[in-house]
Design a protein around this ligand. Structure first.
Ligand SMILES: Nc1ncnc2c1ncn2[C@@H]1O[C@H](COP(=O)(O)OP(=O)(O)OP(=O)(O)O)[C@@H](O)[C@H]1O
Ligand SMILES: Nc1ncnc2c1ncn2[C@@H]1O[C@H](COP(=O)(O)OP(=O)(O)OP(=O)(O)O)[C@@H](O)[C@H]1O
Length: 557
């Protein structure tokens, strides 16, 4: 049975035609993934499907209701869950984690026992069990996102629409969330439609659709991919950004070496210890990647370094300064939840930022024009920030952070929700700033492939540094502990999975593939699953992340 039938859908916002004749279908039990460049129209399509945005032309039938007629939309609204894009936008920030879940269960009139069972399951899957009493507004970004997903799933409606649910979510939780979505679609036969900026996620659903400039360019099922990845298809259809980066304006002042010193820093919120004796140094001109599970303390550390929080213990030196007011003048900061004025346009925001740092007149206009061109923001210059798609907001956030030419840059998840092509460009820009301009960069990310671009990587867990080294050393160390990594080809995925699990090996799904480490039993394991099915795989930073954390958690009991 078709749960969604869309024909020739058109939607315009004032002058902008966001959807230009979209056709789209999904059946019961489908898990459909929307991919597309920033601003392609994904959120617009999802809002129409959820019945929260009116459309101009075309036919939209959802759960048998004709969405032209508003009374029909209302008839099925209770059977649709919708999570909008953005961290914690569907939550009550002054209610606790548990109260949020209870609230959503109650408005959908779930029987008490069912609500209790589901709540416990969702708290477990999202890793929020130990934080059930914390106010939602005090959760980390990724924890908020996971609570948002849990609140959308608690009444298990027939159609679940999630706009970028895994943005800001750490790699381990991302796997758990995917397991949950697969269970909801395969076992419960619910229909799930999500958008994502992770192309590997497109390979895990029943189909994916690539949107570009308000049209569906391609819809396919992952089996049709052959040897290609969804990322390859994305780049083929959308095109790469091949141009070199060159930032014509100068950096104001130079940082000392080390540029950042963190000395035995702890931070308490009430009795909760968010940072626990963190010490590290960032060398001048280095790009240091900050990784860690949601709630590890990455944002807290960055906020201390940029002078927004005072440490409870220990001290920091940034650009040789220990006074938060002086630090703020020497750095650039892109925060996780945006320090942008939502009722001002893109250009107005940049004017305010630049002039706050004393850059004025012609020089400011030149910097803004150059920045808008470089980050492909020109067409958005007169759009209010609140109307910008997430990925475009991120571009503006990045530009504001370095517009005034600071020698040290703090970027808190700059690429979350940014499309893969633009994400690569962000990294070209970050590397250019560090290598050509000598800028020191501290960058938090959940995109593990980006950790490869960092000079060194710091892995935080529960407020402590558990690893700090170059990506190459961390990967080599993992190989020594875990053995060689192998990948299993897709056609034999499930039989291989069983064979491997019988051997007691942890098998990790990577899109349509599986990956495992041989742990010194190479011959025996390889014999059990035909050699032909295997290929040697490279150890990735995601393996390092998972491996290190698992070992750390085990050592802590
Ligand atoms: N309320 C609005 N007013 C004006 N223009 C809008 C509004 N909402 C969206 N747009 C425009 O419509 C286009 C599509 O936006 P949409 O949010 O659907 O993109 P998206 O594919 O979800 O992007 P992202 O993944 O980056 O969030 C963009 O050009 C956007 O600027
Ligand atoms: N104002 C606050 N009051 C109470 N607890 C807080 C407050 N701010 C942060 N925390 C807690 O401190 C911990 C660390 O949060 P932080 O935002 O630094 O994590 P993070 O590593 O940046 O996570 P994410 O990857 O999800 O962004 C979390 O458990 C969070 O709930």
């Amino acid at each position: 049975m078709k749960v969604i039938e869309v024909r020739d859908l058109r939607k315009r916002y004032k002058k902008k035609e966001a959807l230009r004749g979209v056709s789209f279908e999904a059946e019961r039990g489908d898990l459909g993934v929307l991919l597309g460049p920033d601003g392609a129209g994904k959120s617009t399509l999802l809002k129409v499907l959820a019945g929260v945005l009116e459309f101009d032309e075309g036919e939209v039938r959802v759960l048998g209701a004709n969405f032209r007629d508003y009374r029909e939309v209302e008839r099925v609204r209770g059977r649709i869950a919708f999570m909008p894009e953005g961290l914690g936008h569907n939550l009550y920030h002054t209610l606790s984690v548990e109260e949020n879940l209870d609230f959503f269960a109650e408005i959908h009139a779930l029987p008490k026992e069912v609500a209790r069972e589901r709540k416990e399951l969702l708290l477990k899957v999202t890793g929020l069990l130990e934080f059930r009493e914390r106010e939602a507004g005090k959760l980390s970004g990724g924890m908020m996102q996971k609570l948002g997903i849990a609140c959308s799933l608690i009444h298990l409606p027939d159609l679940i629409i999630l706009d970028e649910p895994t943005t800001g979510v750490d790699p381990i939780s991302r796997r758990e969330i995917w397991k949950l979505l697969l269970m909801v679609s395969q076992k419960e036969k619910k229909t799930v439609i999500i958008s994502t900026s992770y192309t590997d996620e497109a390979e895990r659903g029943t189909f994916f659709s690539l949107l570009h400039e308000g049209k569906v360019l391609k819809s396919m099922n992952p089996e049709e991919l052959g040897d290609k990845s969804a990322g390859d298809i994305f780049v083929e259809m959308v095109g790469e950004r091949k141009e070199e980066v060159s930032i014509p304006f100068g950096i104001r002042g130079e940082a000392p070496d080390p540029a950042i010193v963190v000395d035995r820093v702890s931070k308490f919120f009430g009795s909760f210890r968010a940072l626990d004796g963190v010490s590290l140094e960032v060398r001048r001109g280095e790009v240091l990647g900050l990784l860690g599970p949601n709630g590890a303390g990455k944002t807290t550390l960055i906020k201390i370094l940029v002078g927004l929080y005072e440490p409870s213990e220990g001290k920091v030196l940034v650009a040789g300064e220990d006074d938060p007011r002086r630090i703020k003048r020497r750095i650039g900061y892109m925060s996780q939840k945006f320090s942008l004025y939502s009722d001002l346009t893109v250009r107005e925001n940049l004017l305010l930022w630049g002039s706050a740092y004393g850059i004025l007149g012609g020089e400011l206009s030149e910097r803004i024009e150059e920045g808008l061109r470089m980050l492909r923001l020109e067409e958005f210059r007169n759009i209010l920030v609140k109307d910008l798609p997430l990925g475009i907001k991120q571009r503006l956030g990045l530009l504001s952070s370095f517009l005034h030419g600071p020698p040290i840059l703090f970027l808190d998840e700059p690429t979350s929700g940014v499309d893969p092509v633009e994400r690569k460009f962000f990294w070209k820009l970050i590397k250019h700033l560090s290598e050509e301009k000598g800028v020191t960069v501290l960058v938090a990310t959940h995109h593990m492939e980006e950790a490869e671009f960092c000079d060194r990587v710091c892995l935080l867990s529960r407020g402590r540094v558990i690893a700090l080294d170059t990506p190459a050393v961390l990967k080599r160390e993992l190989e020594l502990v875990e053995g060689r990594a192998y990948e299993v080809k897709p056609r034999d995925l499930y039989s291989s999975l069983e064979a491997l699990e019988r051997k007691g090996l942890t098998v990790v799904p990577y899109g349509r593939r599986l990956k495992f480490f041989t742990k010194g039993e190479t011959e025996e394991v390889l014999r059990e699953i035909d050699y032909e099915w295997l290929r040697e795989a490279e150890v990735s930073m995601e393996d390092v992340f998972v491996g290190r954390l698992e070992r750390y958690e085990a050592s802590q009991g």
